[in-house]
Design a protein around this ligand. Structure first.
Ligand SMILES: [Ca+2]
Length: 508
């Protein structure tokens, strides 16, 4: 799998064009092929109305859940943008594609991998990317039928945006701004990694609530463009895989003022801000994403500010819910709703101060568990949520099965299409995630396995194989990690069981 097979690769390049033309002719028009609308919201967590959080205002996502299948226990393979996205797009684990940071590209290690959109494209679908699908400046030459479209500005209201633009221009003029680009392999032309020069990664303020129209921001522009694209696709009759990626609720938490009004500030206390007892230092992220913004001070976020940030995050979620509603309503209006598989996901979980952690990069449930809702045409038992444990790498084989396509090799996921038909079915006994950390001169990888009742995490030195720390949490009371039981003698046999399961898994 890791061998560079150039002959195979050039065959793929050659056939990705010719194959598309032949198959398009077969499936075009009245052959009954389903379309796919694949919606990703960046850093969206499961705190949504449909997931049992009535304080959230997410009527459109809730409606989709009521007409499809909501997965209560869907876990990503690494709790950060690029590794998570490249993992589920290829159906391969972060270790398998050697993508553990926001700079790595899967083509460097697994040039023969097939992504979800590439697979649909090679099987006669028109595939398009609008907004953020691949992370940042990443993309892949085989994924899309036409070049991706991504509006990335404005991020802020007009005044703050103007200030940010001029501050950024000064940095750029002085040569201080960080430059980034995607490095390509000189022989194959394939992406290898993102290069980042030393320099300032410019950030403005962490949140804002300007009184603007929902379609003013970049996310609104991407949504509008997606609606127009749907109009075009409806006219051509080609089967399509349309991926639409929203940037909020990722920082900065900026949304039109009307969405902030849904969340009175004094109702926003968090239930569990305590770090899990006896959890090792390795469990906690070192990178402080929010501290990059100029209104956030180093050394901890005061309580009042935490309330403000939680409110702004939730307003951003409701804003995205509005856009999701606009997009799906449009699909209905042009009579494509009944013939389209709709997938809505977040790219990983998110901590809003729970367990004394902000943002992502953990192996805790708040870090790995992400929203997953699938609505398929003629689905049985719509609206019934499922507790089946699924992994995001399962998306590729699932979508392939729903569209009646073969599953490309290599892919490690397993289709959960049966659970979309029947919410009561189980899927996997346990799911895996991982997270790398560098600390105390060591490079560690934290491997985590989650069942319906337990979470076990083991931090391993990547150079020596030494076990640096272990965590065991009882998850049977349907809550989050509260106490690490790994050092308690009463749990030794449970611990041994999970050690054995992870032994088999982390040697991939
Ligand atoms: Ca993300």
């Amino acid at each position: 799998m890791k061998n560079l097979n150039l002959i195979c690769l050039f065959f793929v390049i050659l056939t990705s064009c010719t194959k598309t033309t032949t198959k398009e002719a077969k499936v075009n028009g009245s052959t009954g092929k389903m379309n796919v609308l694949f919606i990703i919201s960046d850093d969206l967590r499961t705190e949504l109305g449909a997931y049992g959080y009535p304080h959230m205002h997410t009527p459109n996502i809730d409606r989709l859940a009521s007409e499809g299948r909501l997965f209560r226990q869907a876990h990503v393979q690494q709790s950060i943008c690029n590794p998570s996205r490249m993992s589920f797009l290829t159906g391969l684990r972060p270790d398998e594609i050697q993508v553990h940071s926001n700079r790595d590209h899967f083509r460097a290690r697994v040039p023969e991998a097939t992504t979800i959109p590439q697979h649909f494209r090679e099987n006669g679908y028109r595939t398009q990317s609008i907004g953020k699908i691949f992370h940042g400046g990443m993309d892949d030459p085989f994924a899309w039928s036409v070049p991706k479209v991504k509006f990335s500005r404005p991020k802020y209201g007009p005044e703050v945006q103007a200030e940010a633009d001029s501050a950024r221009a000064v940095l750029e003029k002085e040569g201080k701004l960080q430059r980034r680009w995607l490095q390509l392999d000189s022989a194959t032309g394939l992406p290898i990694r993102q290069i980042r020069e030393k320099g300032v990664e410019f950030h403005s303020i962490s949140w804002e609530a300007p009184d603007v129209d929902p379609f003013y921001f970049a996310d609104g522009k991407n949504c509008k463009y997606a609606m127009q694209t749907l109009d075009t696709l409806a006219q051509t009759g080609e089967p399509f895989f349309l991926a639409v990626g929203f940037s909020r609720p990722h920082t900065p938490y900026v949304a039109p003022a009307r969405f902030f009004e849904l969340y009175p500030i004094d109702t926003l206390e968090n239930e569990s801000r305590q770090a899990p007892a006896d959890a090792p230092e390795w469990a906690f992220p070192g990178h402080k994403e929010l501290e990059g913004y100029r209104d956030i001070t180093e050394g901890g976020i005061p309580d009042e500010k935490q309330r403000t940030l939680r409110r702004a995050y939730r307003a951003s979620v409701s804003y995205i819910d509005f856009l999701v509603g606009a997009l799906i309503d449009h699909l209905r209006e042009i009579n494509l709703y009944d013939n389209t598989v709709i997938v809505l996901i977040g790219d990983h979980g998110y901590h809003l101060g729970e367990q004394n952690i902000w943002t992502k990069q953990t192996n805790f449930d708040w870090g790995t568990r992400a929203p997953l809702i699938v609505k398929a045409p003629d689905q049985k038992d719509p609206g019934k949520p499922t507790n089946a444990l699924v992994e995001f790498i399962d998306l590729l084989p699932t979508l392939a099965e729903l569209a009646d396509l073969p599953v490309p090799a290599p892919a490690s996921g397993k289709s959960f299409a049966s659970v979309i038909e029947s919410a009561e079915l189980s899927h996997k006994d346990y799911v895996f995630s991982q997270y790398p950390r560098k600390r105390q001169g060591k490079r560690a990888m934290g491997y985590s396995v989650r069942s319906a009742e337990w979470r076990y995490t083991r931090w391993k030195d990547r150079d020596t194989g030494e076990i640096l720390a272990e965590e065991l949490y009882d998850m049977s009371n349907n809550t989050f990690e509260k106490e690490n039981l790994a050092s308690q003698p009463a749990y030794l046999s449970e611990l041994d069981k999970w050690r054995g399961i992870l032994d088999l898994q982390d040697n991939i």
